[in-house]
Write a protein that binds this ligand. Structure first.
Ligand code: ASP
Length: 322
């Protein structure tokens, strides 16, 4: 009986080991916690296309949007840890643990880490007919019209929420926020004039700015970006400290076998060396993390540091969601 049990265990280990070694034998799902057409979705699609080459199997982008992007990580946490469901997320992985009282995942214990992808600045943009022509006038306009001005975001925990929080605290004026399940749909409403302004990653706004579809008032990075050379930073326009960079990273469910993780890390690193990927990121104002940050250890350390960095800022702002 014992022998039979041991043999059974051995073949189970062999079967598991073999499938982990053979990975991937079918398509891999990359969960995006926001709507299609938004900036996280854009980064995911560029990356997935190149990782498909490296893995030899299609990486399918699957949008599982929710305001604040909190449902995607939960879904991946509960997925089978076999490498066929992975998550791309941004800075929200570090801010939601403080913002949400009832979060059903712990970024520090429920995931395996693949690595850091890129860092993307944000832009303050306005609907086409918004009267102010520059940041100074925008601030005056918001202050004078605070009862009717609307700010679009992708829900509490989104990058657009965080940026709005920093911006409104910098100008000491709060306005009504309109939450969406991603800034892709928010952008449609902004271009259509249904909301007044928002703050979104350059990975989504660059095309709209260049195409003259929205008004732009400033960048949240320390320096200007080459892809939008005429757009001044908020900092250089006097809004000191209104700075935020949106970093993206890849995760897998806790317990994903090491051979599978190694392949995912290798595929992500290969994609981040792919000239097509670097070019696309550069065109969209995104900065690819250097190779030493494209690792599980670097992501884990960065995530922890970012949680610690944002917790006091969020607590001070006193904003929570249940
Ligand atoms: N940019 C969005 C955010 O505010 C998310 C998205 O739609 O990609 O976090």
């Amino acid at each position: 009986m014992l022998k039979k049990l041991m043999l059974g265990c051995a073949s189970l280990v062999l079967a598991l080991g073999a499938s982990a070694q053979d990975y991937p034998t079918r398509a891999v799902n990359m969960i995006v916690p926001y709507a299609a057409g938004g900036p996280t979705d854009t980064v995911a699609r560029v990356l997935a296309q190149s990782m498909t080459k490296a893995l030899g199997q299609t990486v399918v982008v699957e949008n599982r949007p929710s305001a604040g992007g909190v449902l995607g990580p939960e879904l991946v946490k509960n997925a089978k840890p076999d490498g066929y469901t992975i998550l791309i997320h941004h800075i929200g992985m570090a801010t939601t643990p403080t913002l949400y009282r009832q979060l059903r995942y712990n970024p520090l214990t429920d995931f395996e880490y693949v690595g850091l992808v890129n860092d993307v600045p944000m832009t303050i943009i306005g609907k086409p007919g918004l009267p102010p022509g520059n940041l100074k006038d925008l601030i005056a306009y918001i202050k004078a019209n605070k009862e009717k001005v609307t700010y679009a975001n992708a829900g509490i925990g989104a990058a657009s929420h965080l940026c709005g929080l920093l911006f409104m605290s910098a100008i000491q004026t709060d306005v009504l926020t309109v939450p969406y399940k991603g800034t892709g749909p928010a952008m449609n409403d902004l271009v259509g004039g249904q909301v007044d302004f928002m703050c979104d990653q350059t990975t989504s706004t660059t095309g709209q700015i260049k195409g003259g579809k929205v008004k732009v008032y400033g960048l949240t990075s320390k320096q200007r970006v080459a892809s939008l050379p005429d757009v001044p930073t908020l900092d250089e326009q006097g809004l000191k400290g209104a700075e935020v960079g949106i970093w993206h990273a890849l995760y897998a469910p806790k317990g994903t076998p090491k051979p599978v993780m190694d392949k995912l890390v290798g595929a992500m690193q290969a994609a981040l060396k792919d000239p097509a990927v670097t070019q696309k990121f550069t065109d969209l104002g995104a900065v690819t993390f250097p190779p030493d940050k494209q690792t599980p250890q670097a992501l884990q350390a960065h995530l922890k540091a970012e949680i610690d960095k944002w917790a006091p800022i969020i607590k001070k702002a006193g904003q929570y969601a249940d």
